[in-house]
Design a protein around this ligand. Structure first.
Ligand code: ADP
Ligand code: AMP
Length: 228
């Protein structure tokens, strides 16, 4: 199962990726998470990416592409993967397509998560994330059981530096200018499927798993009953 998750910031990609990854037993590869880990560890990659991320700008293609192709070459990605936050530009999408074609393992489907733009800011400014396992929370819509701590691993949750109203508006602008055109790119290739990402999280998960069940060759080991 080789899947790309597309959609603006706050669309619910990361939230649903956790469920899909669990149901299909494939790794979630989230470029934003990889960058944030590098920023925390003060690696050369992290230092390079930080300034772009803080402003809500995209990190340059050459930096992102090498990082993703390395990750896709690792053992756990051979049986499939979920790409969350990549590709975000046409050059990234073309490179991904060429890379996967060279290994005869093309994408199966691209899920586009749709959410009204008015909802995005509300979702983003109150988002909290677990820096350890990538779990996603919302102070109002999806609060953790114990305030400030990840339900899964007890790690203190963080408020991302770029999850402010000002930066999210810029990230949305970047999405419209550079990423939105990928919808046509994948539609042309017959890969694009829509998920309405509104309503309770579990409902969106059910919609997503049902849709994936319909994609030729997939079968959800839990029969669409993800233990959310
Ligand atoms: P993305 O990965 O697309 O940027 P996230 O999955 O991180 O989006 O979700 C953004 C915020 O919206 C998080 O705080 C999350 O808890 C919340 N959220 C996700 N899905 C829903 C939903 N269906 N209804 C309400 N809030 C949601
Ligand atoms: P995300 O966690 O997906 O919201 O990404 C956070 C930030 O990481 C973005 O605003 C970008 O600065 C950077 N980033 C993540 N993925 C990419 C990508 N594919 N291309 C360029 N920049 C990216």
């Amino acid at each position: 199962m080789r899947v790309v998750l597309l959609g603006p910031p706050g669309a619910g990609k990361g939230t649903q990726a956790v469920h899909i990854s669990r149901a299909f037993e494939v790794p979630r590869i989230a470029t934003g998470d990889i960058f944030r880990e590098n920023v925390r560890n003060e690696t050369a990659l992290g230092k390079e990416a930080k300034a772009y991320m803080d402003l809500g700008d995209l990190v340059p293609d050459d930096v992102v592409i090498g990082m993703v192709t390395d990750r896709l070459s690792q053992d756990d990605a051979q049986k499939g993967f979920l790409l969350d936050g990549f590709p975000r530009t046409v050059p990234q999408a073309v490179t991904l397509e060429d890379f996967l074609a060279s290994e005869s393992r093309p994408l199966d489907v691209v899920l586009r998560f749709n959410v009204p733009e008015s909802e995005v800011v509300r979702r983003i400014v109150n988002r909290r994330v677990c820096p350890k396992d990538g779990s996603v929370y919302h102070l109002e819509f999806a609060p953790p059981r114990k305030e400030g701590l990840c339900d899964e691993c007890g790690t203190p949750l963080v408020h991302r530096k770029d999850d402010t109203q000002e930066v999210v508006l810029h990230r949305l602008q970047e999405y419209h200018e550079k990423t939105e055109r990928l919808e046509y790119f994948y539609w042309e290739r017959g890969l694009l499927r829509d998920v309405e990402s509104i309503g309770p999280v579990e409902e969106v998960t059910r919609r997503t798993l049902t849709l994936l069940d319909d994609v030729e060759g997939f079968s959800d080991p839990n029969g669409g009953e993800d233990a959310a």
